[in-house]
Design a binder for this molecule. Structure first.
Ligand code: ZN
Length: 127
């Protein structure tokens, strides 16, 4: 049973779009929308400019992604991703945002699964 608790159950981990690179921080229901809070696991991210591996974190920010509905309820994934320093001195890019292509395309507002041939869902934040 899904409750309004933000404490993730260990068994809820398979709910993540890509449990191999994400960790679940919480699940809640806000105004009828199921909100899944997750963050990327600390790991080496590749600079999109030079391909150099980066681990030095500048900051984090949240991406809000619409996911497929569950039992008629809209689902949002609030994904905390890192901004990292590229320490390759030959690279023109100093900072880059971590990408999670298994979850969502760059700049996407919906998860990869929600974008894959699915009809446009009403966005819970639009009105
Ligand atoms: Zn780089």
């Amino acid at each position: 049973m899904l409750t309004s608790s933000t404490q993730p159950a260990r068994s809820a981990r398979p709910l993540l779009p890509d449990a191999a690179c994400l960790t679940l921080d919480g699940i809640s229901i806000q105004n009828g929308v199921i909100v899944i809070q997750a963050r990327t696991l600390p790991r080496v991210a590749l600079c999109p400019c030079c391909g150099h591996g980066a681990e030095r974190v500048h900051s984090r920010y949240c991406r809000t992604l619409l996911d497929l509905p569950w039992q008629g309820n809209a689902v949002q994934v609030v994904l905390s991703v890192r901004k990292l320093f590229c320490d390759n001195r030959g690279c023109p890019r100093r900072l880059f945002a971590e990408r999670v292509p298994s979850v969502a395309q760059r700049y996407a507002r919906a998860s990869k699964l929600a974008c894959a041939g699915q009809p446009a869902w009403p966005t819970p934040w639009a009105s």
